[in-house]
Ligand binder design. Structure first.
Ligand SMILES: [Zn+2]
Length: 295
Protein backbone atom coordinates (compact mmCIF):
# COMPACT_ATOMS: atom_id res chain seq x y z
CA UNK A 1 0.00 0.00 0.00
CA UNK A 2 1.27 3.41 -0.88
CA UNK A 3 2.53 5.33 2.15
CA UNK A 4 1.68 8.74 0.69
CA UNK A 5 0.25 10.19 -2.50
CA UNK A 6 2.70 9.26 -5.23
CA UNK A 7 3.11 10.60 -8.75
CA UNK A 8 4.84 9.35 -11.85
CA UNK A 9 4.73 8.87 -15.63
CA UNK A 10 3.23 6.16 -17.80
CA UNK A 11 6.28 4.88 -19.66
CA UNK A 12 9.74 6.32 -20.10
CA UNK A 13 9.48 10.11 -20.69
CA UNK A 14 10.79 11.35 -24.04
CA UNK A 15 13.36 13.57 -22.32
CA UNK A 16 14.91 10.46 -20.71
CA UNK A 17 14.99 8.72 -24.07
CA UNK A 18 16.68 11.76 -25.59
CA UNK A 19 19.50 11.44 -23.08
CA UNK A 20 19.77 7.73 -23.97
CA UNK A 21 18.80 6.57 -20.49
CA UNK A 22 18.49 2.82 -19.97
CA UNK A 23 15.50 1.33 -18.18
CA UNK A 24 17.62 0.90 -15.05
CA UNK A 25 18.37 4.66 -15.08
CA UNK A 26 14.67 5.60 -14.97
CA UNK A 27 14.02 5.36 -11.18
CA UNK A 28 17.04 7.56 -10.38
CA UNK A 29 16.02 10.15 -12.98
CA UNK A 30 12.47 10.20 -11.62
CA UNK A 31 13.79 10.71 -8.10
CA UNK A 32 15.79 13.70 -9.35
CA UNK A 33 12.54 15.18 -10.68
CA UNK A 34 10.85 14.60 -7.32
CA UNK A 35 8.66 11.80 -8.67
CA UNK A 36 8.09 8.47 -6.97
CA UNK A 37 6.00 6.19 -9.19
CA UNK A 38 6.51 4.62 -12.61
CA UNK A 39 4.19 2.58 -14.83
CA UNK A 40 6.19 0.29 -17.07
CA UNK A 41 4.50 -0.16 -20.46
CA UNK A 42 4.02 -3.76 -21.58
CA UNK A 43 1.24 -2.70 -23.91
CA UNK A 44 2.38 -4.56 -27.04
CA UNK A 45 3.22 -7.86 -25.37
CA UNK A 46 2.07 -11.24 -26.58
CA UNK A 47 2.02 -14.59 -24.77
CA UNK A 48 5.56 -14.29 -23.35
CA UNK A 49 7.20 -11.55 -21.26
CA UNK A 50 9.10 -9.28 -23.65
CA UNK A 51 11.70 -8.30 -21.09
CA UNK A 52 14.50 -10.49 -19.76
CA UNK A 53 14.09 -11.59 -16.16
CA UNK A 54 17.43 -10.02 -15.13
CA UNK A 55 16.46 -6.69 -16.66
CA UNK A 56 13.10 -6.73 -14.90
CA UNK A 57 14.73 -7.60 -11.58
CA UNK A 58 17.28 -4.85 -12.07
CA UNK A 59 14.48 -2.31 -12.62
CA UNK A 60 12.84 -3.57 -9.42
CA UNK A 61 16.06 -3.14 -7.42
CA UNK A 62 16.63 0.37 -8.78
CA UNK A 63 13.03 1.30 -8.02
CA UNK A 64 13.50 0.15 -4.44
CA UNK A 65 16.78 2.04 -4.14
CA UNK A 66 15.19 5.29 -5.37
CA UNK A 67 11.85 4.76 -3.63
CA UNK A 68 9.82 4.55 -6.84
CA UNK A 69 6.49 2.68 -6.74
CA UNK A 70 6.22 0.35 -9.73
CA UNK A 71 3.19 -0.76 -11.69
CA UNK A 72 2.95 -2.37 -15.11
CA UNK A 73 0.48 -1.53 -17.87
CA UNK A 74 -0.50 -4.83 -19.46
CA UNK A 75 -1.02 -5.72 -23.08
CA UNK A 76 -3.63 -3.88 -25.14
CA UNK A 77 -4.28 -7.19 -26.91
CA UNK A 78 -6.67 -8.48 -24.30
CA UNK A 79 -10.36 -9.12 -24.82
CA UNK A 80 -12.18 -11.15 -22.22
CA UNK A 81 -15.52 -10.62 -23.96
CA UNK A 82 -14.45 -12.18 -27.27
CA UNK A 83 -14.50 -15.69 -28.78
CA UNK A 84 -13.16 -18.61 -26.77
CA UNK A 85 -9.76 -18.58 -28.57
CA UNK A 86 -9.47 -14.82 -28.01
CA UNK A 87 -10.21 -15.23 -24.32
CA UNK A 88 -7.61 -18.01 -23.96
CA UNK A 89 -4.94 -15.97 -25.80
CA UNK A 90 -5.86 -12.93 -23.68
CA UNK A 91 -5.40 -14.93 -20.48
CA UNK A 92 -1.90 -15.96 -21.58
CA UNK A 93 -0.99 -12.36 -22.36
CA UNK A 94 -2.17 -11.18 -18.97
CA UNK A 95 -0.26 -14.00 -17.25
CA UNK A 96 2.92 -13.01 -19.14
CA UNK A 97 2.45 -9.45 -17.84
CA UNK A 98 1.84 -10.65 -14.28
CA UNK A 99 4.97 -12.84 -14.46
CA UNK A 100 7.17 -9.89 -15.42
CA UNK A 101 5.43 -7.69 -12.83
CA UNK A 102 6.38 -10.22 -10.15
CA UNK A 103 10.02 -10.12 -11.37
CA UNK A 104 10.01 -6.31 -11.05
CA UNK A 105 8.11 -6.36 -7.76
CA UNK A 106 5.50 -4.16 -9.42
CA UNK A 107 2.36 -3.81 -7.31
CA UNK A 108 -0.34 -4.02 -9.96
CA UNK A 109 -0.87 -5.06 -13.59
CA UNK A 110 -3.23 -2.55 -15.15
CA UNK A 111 -5.31 -3.90 -18.05
CA UNK A 112 -8.26 -3.13 -20.32
CA UNK A 113 -10.76 -5.99 -19.93
CA UNK A 114 -12.25 -5.93 -23.45
CA UNK A 115 -14.94 -4.81 -25.89
CA UNK A 116 -18.65 -5.62 -25.64
CA UNK A 117 -18.90 -6.45 -29.34
CA UNK A 118 -22.35 -8.00 -29.80
CA UNK A 119 -22.64 -9.04 -26.16
CA UNK A 120 -25.03 -7.50 -23.68
CA UNK A 121 -23.18 -5.82 -20.78
CA UNK A 122 -24.35 -8.52 -18.31
CA UNK A 123 -23.02 -11.28 -20.54
CA UNK A 124 -19.72 -9.43 -21.06
CA UNK A 125 -19.43 -9.03 -17.29
CA UNK A 126 -19.89 -12.78 -16.73
CA UNK A 127 -17.23 -13.60 -19.35
CA UNK A 128 -14.76 -11.11 -17.85
CA UNK A 129 -15.36 -12.36 -14.35
CA UNK A 130 -14.78 -15.97 -15.34
CA UNK A 131 -11.63 -15.15 -17.32
CA UNK A 132 -10.10 -13.03 -14.56
CA UNK A 133 -10.85 -15.71 -11.99
CA UNK A 134 -9.03 -18.16 -14.26
CA UNK A 135 -6.00 -15.85 -14.52
CA UNK A 136 -5.85 -15.45 -10.73
CA UNK A 137 -5.98 -19.26 -10.33
CA UNK A 138 -3.05 -19.65 -12.74
CA UNK A 139 -1.11 -16.88 -10.98
CA UNK A 140 -1.53 -18.83 -7.75
CA UNK A 141 -0.18 -22.04 -9.26
CA UNK A 142 2.78 -20.06 -10.66
CA UNK A 143 3.47 -18.52 -7.23
CA UNK A 144 2.68 -14.97 -8.37
CA UNK A 145 1.36 -13.68 -5.08
CA UNK A 146 2.57 -10.10 -4.72
CA UNK A 147 0.97 -8.66 -7.83
CA UNK A 148 -2.65 -7.58 -8.11
CA UNK A 149 -4.67 -7.47 -11.30
CA UNK A 150 -6.04 -4.00 -11.97
CA UNK A 151 -8.96 -3.79 -14.40
CA UNK A 152 -9.21 -0.19 -15.60
CA UNK A 153 -12.22 2.10 -16.06
CA UNK A 154 -12.43 2.68 -19.83
CA UNK A 155 -13.15 5.80 -21.87
CA UNK A 156 -15.00 4.50 -24.92
CA UNK A 157 -18.60 3.33 -24.80
CA UNK A 158 -17.67 0.29 -26.90
CA UNK A 159 -15.26 -0.85 -24.19
CA UNK A 160 -16.18 -2.91 -21.16
CA UNK A 161 -15.21 -0.91 -18.08
CA UNK A 162 -17.80 1.41 -16.55
CA UNK A 163 -17.08 2.31 -12.93
CA UNK A 164 -19.85 -0.07 -11.84
CA UNK A 165 -18.42 -2.97 -13.90
CA UNK A 166 -14.86 -2.47 -12.64
CA UNK A 167 -15.96 -2.26 -9.01
CA UNK A 168 -18.19 -5.30 -9.58
CA UNK A 169 -15.23 -7.38 -10.81
CA UNK A 170 -13.09 -6.28 -7.85
CA UNK A 171 -15.86 -7.13 -5.39
CA UNK A 172 -15.89 -10.68 -6.66
CA UNK A 173 -12.32 -11.64 -7.53
CA UNK A 174 -9.50 -11.81 -4.99
CA UNK A 175 -6.07 -10.36 -5.82
CA UNK A 176 -7.61 -7.50 -7.79
CA UNK A 177 -7.85 -3.74 -7.30
CA UNK A 178 -9.70 -1.19 -9.41
CA UNK A 179 -7.66 1.16 -11.57
CA UNK A 180 -9.50 4.45 -11.74
CA UNK A 181 -8.69 6.28 -14.95
CA UNK A 182 -10.30 9.67 -14.25
CA UNK A 183 -9.86 10.83 -17.84
CA UNK A 184 -11.66 7.74 -19.07
CA UNK A 185 -14.57 8.28 -16.67
CA UNK A 186 -14.72 11.93 -17.73
CA UNK A 187 -14.87 10.90 -21.40
CA UNK A 188 -17.20 7.92 -20.95
CA UNK A 189 -19.76 10.09 -19.18
CA UNK A 190 -19.15 13.02 -21.58
CA UNK A 191 -17.57 15.57 -19.26
CA UNK A 192 -18.64 14.12 -15.93
CA UNK A 193 -16.26 15.95 -13.57
CA UNK A 194 -17.49 19.51 -13.27
CA UNK A 195 -16.96 20.11 -9.55
CA UNK A 196 -15.20 18.52 -6.57
CA UNK A 197 -18.49 16.92 -5.55
CA UNK A 198 -18.36 14.76 -8.70
CA UNK A 199 -14.98 13.34 -7.61
CA UNK A 200 -16.30 12.89 -4.10
CA UNK A 201 -19.17 10.75 -5.40
CA UNK A 202 -16.78 8.34 -7.14
CA UNK A 203 -14.52 8.15 -4.08
CA UNK A 204 -17.52 7.39 -1.85
CA UNK A 205 -18.78 4.78 -4.28
CA UNK A 206 -15.44 2.94 -4.21
CA UNK A 207 -15.36 3.13 -0.42
CA UNK A 208 -18.90 1.84 -0.06
CA UNK A 209 -18.30 -1.12 -2.35
CA UNK A 210 -14.68 -2.09 -1.68
CA UNK A 211 -13.87 -0.55 1.70
CA UNK A 212 -11.70 2.20 3.11
CA UNK A 213 -8.36 0.55 2.33
CA UNK A 214 -9.28 0.20 -1.33
CA UNK A 215 -10.21 3.84 -1.70
CA UNK A 216 -7.32 5.23 0.33
CA UNK A 217 -4.78 3.28 -1.68
CA UNK A 218 -6.27 3.58 -5.12
CA UNK A 219 -4.19 3.30 -8.25
CA UNK A 220 -5.20 5.88 -10.83
CA UNK A 221 -4.47 7.54 -14.11
CA UNK A 222 -5.04 11.26 -14.41
CA UNK A 223 -4.70 13.17 -17.69
CA UNK A 224 -6.72 15.82 -19.54
CA UNK A 225 -8.86 14.28 -22.25
CA UNK A 226 -10.79 15.20 -25.39
CA UNK A 227 -13.94 13.24 -26.12
CA UNK A 228 -16.77 12.80 -28.62
CA UNK A 229 -20.21 11.17 -28.37
CA UNK A 230 -18.47 7.79 -28.45
CA UNK A 231 -16.18 8.69 -25.55
CA UNK A 232 -12.43 9.20 -25.38
CA UNK A 233 -10.62 10.73 -28.36
CA UNK A 234 -7.15 11.77 -27.18
CA UNK A 235 -5.12 12.88 -24.18
CA UNK A 236 -3.84 16.43 -23.72
CA UNK A 237 -1.21 18.11 -21.56
CA UNK A 238 -2.19 19.93 -18.36
CA UNK A 239 -1.44 23.28 -20.03
CA UNK A 240 -4.08 22.80 -22.68
CA UNK A 241 -7.08 24.95 -21.85
CA UNK A 242 -10.64 23.84 -22.41
CA UNK A 243 -10.22 20.19 -21.42
CA UNK A 244 -10.94 18.33 -18.19
CA UNK A 245 -10.88 16.77 -15.74
CA UNK A 246 -9.42 19.44 -13.47
CA UNK A 247 -6.82 18.06 -11.08
CA UNK A 248 -7.35 20.84 -8.50
CA UNK A 249 -10.83 19.42 -7.79
CA UNK A 250 -9.44 15.94 -7.27
CA UNK A 251 -6.65 17.36 -5.06
CA UNK A 252 -9.33 18.87 -2.83
CA UNK A 253 -10.98 15.47 -2.41
CA UNK A 254 -7.61 13.71 -1.82
CA UNK A 255 -6.94 16.16 1.03
CA UNK A 256 -10.45 15.86 2.42
CA UNK A 257 -10.40 12.05 2.56
CA UNK A 258 -6.65 11.88 3.33
CA UNK A 259 -6.16 9.52 0.39
CA UNK A 260 -2.77 8.10 -0.61
CA UNK A 261 -3.32 7.40 -4.30
CA UNK A 262 -0.69 6.42 -6.81
CA UNK A 263 -1.32 8.84 -9.67
CA UNK A 264 0.08 8.05 -13.10
CA UNK A 265 0.13 10.71 -15.80
CA UNK A 266 -0.54 9.53 -19.34
CA UNK A 267 -0.14 12.96 -20.92
CA UNK A 268 2.14 13.56 -23.93
CA UNK A 269 4.66 14.91 -21.35
CA UNK A 270 3.91 12.48 -18.53
CA UNK A 271 6.70 13.39 -16.10
CA UNK A 272 6.20 17.15 -16.54
CA UNK A 273 2.48 16.82 -15.81
CA UNK A 274 3.06 14.43 -12.91
CA UNK A 275 5.24 17.15 -11.33
CA UNK A 276 2.48 19.73 -11.90
CA UNK A 277 -0.11 17.52 -10.22
CA UNK A 278 2.23 16.88 -7.30
CA UNK A 279 2.68 20.64 -6.85
CA UNK A 280 -1.07 21.28 -6.95
CA UNK A 281 -1.67 18.66 -4.25
CA UNK A 282 1.22 19.90 -2.16
CA UNK A 283 -0.23 23.43 -2.15
CA UNK A 284 -3.66 22.11 -1.23
CA UNK A 285 -2.28 20.07 1.68
CA UNK A 286 -0.20 23.01 2.92
CA UNK A 287 -3.16 25.38 2.74
CA UNK A 288 -5.13 22.97 4.93
CA UNK A 289 -2.13 22.50 7.20
CA UNK A 290 -2.17 18.80 6.51
CA UNK A 291 1.43 17.84 7.11
CA UNK A 292 1.23 14.76 5.14
CA UNK A 293 4.27 14.36 2.99
CA UNK A 294 4.14 14.43 -0.79
CA UNK A 295 7.59 13.34 -1.95
ZN1 LIG B 1 -4.92 1.90 -19.78
Amino acid sequence: MADRPRFGPAGVPLSFRAMKATLADVPGLLEEEGLDAFEYQAVRWGAKPQIRKEKAEQLGLKAEEHDVWLSLHGSYFINFCGKRETIEASKNRLIACATAAEWMKAHVVVFHPGFYGKRQPEEAFKDCLEAIEGVVETMKTLGISNVKLGPETMGKLSQFGSLDEILGLCEQVEQTQPVIDWAHLHARYRGYFKKAEDFRKVVEDIERRLGTDAVENMHCHFTKVEFTDKGERRHHTMDKLGYGPDFTMFAKVIAEFKLRPVIISESPVPDVDAIKMREILQKRLESQKLFFRVC
